[in-house]
Design a protein around this ligand. Structure first.
Ligand code: HEC
Length: 158
């Protein structure tokens, strides 16, 4: 009896850890360089943290050199793929502000990484209840994964 309880707890913990990792990784859009970034840049911190900045190519080159100086290990090909991936997906132009009270569905999807269903839910909620005033107001939108909005909160405007 005790044993099976312990086992259940173990599985619950493992399941929680797995779910958590998967949702954290979902922040990195798929595409060339994704796997290298996850592998090389996910060793010391979450790969998500690796993509926590929006900067130019020069900026990313500097960040990568800094990580290499701190002990990051990878091949030249891997770093090349990572650099291209980060510049493409986390370049300065990607950081345009998104006004959640005026944005179209497509702008919400592109700017905040929402799914089509989620952006539709935001539009619906906005139509029903009026303008959002704070980030927290978005928590009330049914079916919206608030973590996605929170991750991009620097670009959310009202
Ligand atoms: C050897 C361990 C290690 C690896 C591998 C690593 N990092 Fe880091 N990274 C760190 C540490 C430690 C910090 C916190 C440093 C600080 O606060 O100065 C950090 C912080 C960051 C930050 C936050 C901003 C900053 O400059 O401090 C970014 C962005 C980042 N890493 C990107 C990357 C990328 C991209 C890769 C893959 C090329 C990577 N990291 C691989 C150790 C690592």
């Amino acid at each position: 009896m005790r044993f099976s309880l312990a086992v259940n707890t173990f599985f619950a913990t493992a399941l929680f850890a797995t779910t958590f990792t998967v949702s954290a990784m979902a922040e990195l859009p798929p595409g060339p360089g994704h796997d290298e970034t996850t592998k090389v840049c996910g060793k010391c911190h979450s790969p998500e943290q690796a993509a926590s900045l929006h900067q130019s190519k020069t900026g990313w080159e500097e960040t990568i050199s800094k990580m290499v100086n701190m002990g990051s290990e990878g091949t030249d090909e891997e770093y090349e793929a990572i650099l291209n991936y980060l510049v493409k997906n986390f370049g300065p132009e990607a950081a345009k502000p998104v006004n959640v009270n005026k944005a179209t569905g497509v702008e919400l999807e592109a700017g905040l990484g929402l799914s089509r269903t989620e952006s539709a839910a935001v539009l619906q909620y906005r139509a029903d209840k009026g303008d959002f005033k704070t980030l927290d107001d978005l928590k009330a939108v049914p079916g919206l994964d608030f973590k996605k909005v929170e991750a991009k909160k620097a670009r959310v405007t009202f």
